[in-house]
Design a protein around this ligand. Structure first.
Ligand SMILES: Nc1ncnc2c1ncn2[C@@H]1O[C@H](COP(=O)(O)OP(=O)(O)OP(=O)(O)O)[C@@H](O)[C@H]1O
Length: 269
């Protein structure tokens, strides 16, 4: 990575399909639970998509399949024109907990994916990029700090850098800020939006928060349970860049209400 800012991961044109899921189904063999049924979804280059739905409707299963961590029982998952058959270097992931290694500094944690993939020499070379990324997320000066000296929000900022260091084509985000207090979470979401715009990233977020989904997304995938499937994909036509004060607008409220009504209907949807 030469520059952390304004970097385009793939050269794929804005709006072109990056991820394509076709009739993806998953039945867990152990208990025969149909976790997903016929999920079809296209993520376009530079778009932000959230998935929301009640507990057990298959959100995590969907994310794991997209990440190549588990195979679907049926259906196709294509990323950048190649089937996803296992974990891939063009997929970036971020989880609820920062999971930084306590014995490594912030910068060492960030280059770890490179070290695992390409060895120590490559990790050393990537240090400059790690420093650029830390600066981008407002952590300049924290390069040599250990995780126990970072706040929860700072640790998640470092995790964002670790996800970006391998220049993934797509960012899969599993409730990355749900462990933070509400104020930090709102600020981190705005930061996430800025980073996605700067990096022209394609992002997919699992969340339980309707507000979070609305403020961040171009599209919200509303799922329903038993079996887990897509109820509706709701477009969010609020202007970009989004700002936190948009959360008080009538339009924002209307979209939130619409999604809440869908979720309340639950299985009748
Ligand atoms: N490894 C597994 N083996 C068997 N069943 C599973 C497994 N993982 C998930 N399930 C089942 O599949 C269904 C979907 O689970 P999943 O975790 O994908 O839902 P979710 O929407 O992410 O839920 P939550 O919001 O609570 O995290 C549930 O009924 C769950 O019990």
């Amino acid at each position: 990575m030469t520059s952390a800012a304004a970097h385009d991961y793939s050269g794929v044109p804005q709006g072109a399909p990056v991820y394509e899921l076709t009739n993806v189904s998953k039945t867990y063999a152990r208990n025969q639970v149909v976790a997903l049924q016929d999920v079809s979804l296209t993520l376009r280059k530079g778009s932000f998509t959230s998935v929301i739905g009640s507990s057990g409707c298959g959100k995590s299963t969907l994310l794991k399949i997209m990440a190549g961590l588990i195979p679907p029982t049926k259906g196709r998952v294509i990323l950048q024109n190649k089937p996803v058959t296992g974990p891939r270097r063009d997929i970036g992931m971020m989880f609820q907990q920062a999971t930084l290694f306590p014995w490594k500094t912030a910068a060492e944690n960030i280059v770890l994916p490179i070290e695992i993939r390409d060895g120590k020499a490559a990790a050393k070379k990537a240090m400059e990029a790690a420093h650029d990324l830390l600066e981008m997320v407002g952590l300049k000066g924290f390069e040599d700090v250990y995780p126990n000296e970072l706040s929860g929000g700072m640790a998640q900022r470092a995790s964002i850098c670790r996800m970006l260091i391998t220049e993934p084509a797509v960012l899969l985000l599993d409730e990355p800020f749900s462990a933070l207090d509400e104020l930090s979470r709102d600020l981190m979401n705005m930061e996430l939006q800025r980073i996605c715009r700067e990096q022209n990233a394609t992002a997919f977020l699992v969340t339980h928060s309707i507000q979070e989904a609305v403020i961040l997304s171009d599209d919200i995938v509303v799922m329903k349970p038993r079996p887990g499937r897509i109820a509706e994909v709701v477009p969010v036509d609020l202007p970009r860049p989004r700002t936190l004060d948009m959360m008080t607008t009538q339009k924002f409220g209307e979209i939130v209400d619409r999604i809440r009504a869908m979720l309340d209907k639950g299985e009748d949807m």
